[in-house]
Ligand binder design. Structure first.
Ligand code: DHB
Length: 399
């Protein structure tokens, strides 16, 4: 086969067309900076992939305030608090009262949809369904990406900076030599079994519930579609679980003296979500910058993933704009350290809530009792509850 490639040029090449890559492309586009976004999947596949649904106020502001779309405000639901439940005892954390902020429930795949549509509306260049993606010349001032487009045509995209926004299996990250990066990671001995069901909401706010049988999360998508999760084995096979078995498991994980019962209905989506905490240090290598899951992954408890990706973009976008405006590269030089500040705070929160609310397989009963003490200490104290509320809604310096 001939090595003939069509050469393209842009200022910032973005590998990955998920929310992080598209948000960056959107903000750079508004500042007049050229981008090309390369994405391995097609638009409809990403839209149909269900992820978390909680947006911090700063994430909402980035979407609604930068002209992406107001759907997050009209179709998303404000949550002014959340419920932590332990062995059937519920405690509400009132975000508004404790820290004066709230979050919004608006699914990540809709965030993606709004961003992809905004980019197309604004004439942004996105190449869907690309294959054979390969990054090169990362330590020069002319890095490049080679790829084959959906029609089978081969390209080389030359740019001034490359951004790896290509998720937890990032090819950009793997192109950084081993000796130039530190991989910090831990795994967990459990996963989440996520479902979507046709049913009315079971509660007005989310319920994070620990029980002796393990964790469950009661979330929602609309008046007619509910999202729920329960702790499971990482190797669980979704085909071993029919609707009856899933509902029985969810019901026993929220059971308590208050008689809480979940509203049941037909389940139309089942997935197992793996748990991992990971941070790549640094988040820069030469002309390559990593954003979002490409640079760090959090376990889903607390829904920090997308919010953290947008925090990266809030640091990187103005640094790139400043560089192209004045040649000042101090923002770019500080990107990794500044983004990692927030990343490690969120890593700590996600790890902490995960361990507070989950039961380790085969653990010493001491631990469950200790966690009950921790639950009471957090929820029965205004300061403890405010710590949770501030971490969940987003830290002040990051708004
Ligand atoms: C959802 C997912 C989360 O991980 C979480 O902490 C809260 C909500 C969700 O999918 O709705």
């Amino acid at each position: 086969m001939s090595a003939q490639r069509t050469v393209l040029a842009t200022q910032v090449g973005i590998v990955g067309g998920g929310p992080a890559g598209l948000m960056l492309a959107h903000l750079l586009g508004r500042a007049g900076i050229g981008t090309v976004v390369l994405e391995a999947r097609d638009k409809d596949t990403i839209h149909a992939t269900h992820r978390a649904g909680i947006l911090e106020a700063a994430t909402v502001e980035m979407l609604a305030g930068s002209g992406v779309d107001g759907r997050v405000l009209t179709e998303g639901h404000e949550h002014r608090g959340t419920v932590l439940r332990f062995e059937g005892e519920s405690r509400r954390i009132d975000f508004q009262e404790l820290v004066g902020h709230s979050v919004r429930l608006y699914p990540q795949n809709e965030v993606f949809w709004d961003l992809a549509n905004a980019r197309e509306r604004d004439g942004g260049d996105i190449r869907w369904s690309v294959t054979d993606t390969e990054v090169l010349d990362l330590t020069t001032d002319r890095p490049a990406v080679r790829f084959t487009d959906a029609a089978g045509e081969r390209f080389e995209l030359r740019c001034e900076f490359l951004v790896g926004a290509d998720g937890s299996q990032s090819i950009c990250r793997r192109a950084i030599p081993d000796e130039e990066r530190t991989d910090n990671f831990i795994e967990y001995p459990f996963a989440w079994f996520g479902i979507l069901a046709e049913a009315p909401p079971s509660a007005p706010e989310l319920i994070y519930s620990n029980s002796e049988h393990g964790f469950a999360l009661v979330s929602s998508r609309s008046e007619t579609v509910q999202r729920m999760y329960f702790q499971c084995d990482p190797d669980e096979d979704v085909d071993d679980w029919d609707d009856e078995r899933i509902w029985a498991e969810l019901q026993r994980r929220v059971r308590g003296p208050d008689g809480l019962r979940l509203q049941e209905g037909p389940i139309f989506d089942k997935t197992v979500l793996k748990f991992r905490s990971y941070v790549c240090e640094p988040l820069r290598h030469g002309s390559l910058f990593l954003v979002g899951d490409a640079g760090h992954t959090v376990p889903p408890t607390g829904a920090k993933g997308l919010n953290l990706a947008f925090c990266d973009v809030r640091v990187l976008a103005p640094a790139l704009v400043e560089f192209f405006r004045s040649g000042d590269d101090s923002g770019l030089a500080g990107y990794s350290a500044q983004a990692l500040e927030r990343v490690w705070k969120a890593q700590n929160f996600s790890y902490w809530v995960t361990n507070l609310m989950h039961t380790q397989p085969g653990e010493n009963p001491f631990n469950q009792k200790r966690r009950r003490g921790e639950f009471r200490a957090v929820t029965a104290s205004e300061h403890g509850a405010a710590y949770f509320a501030e971490s969940y809604t987003g830290w002040p310096g990051d708004r």
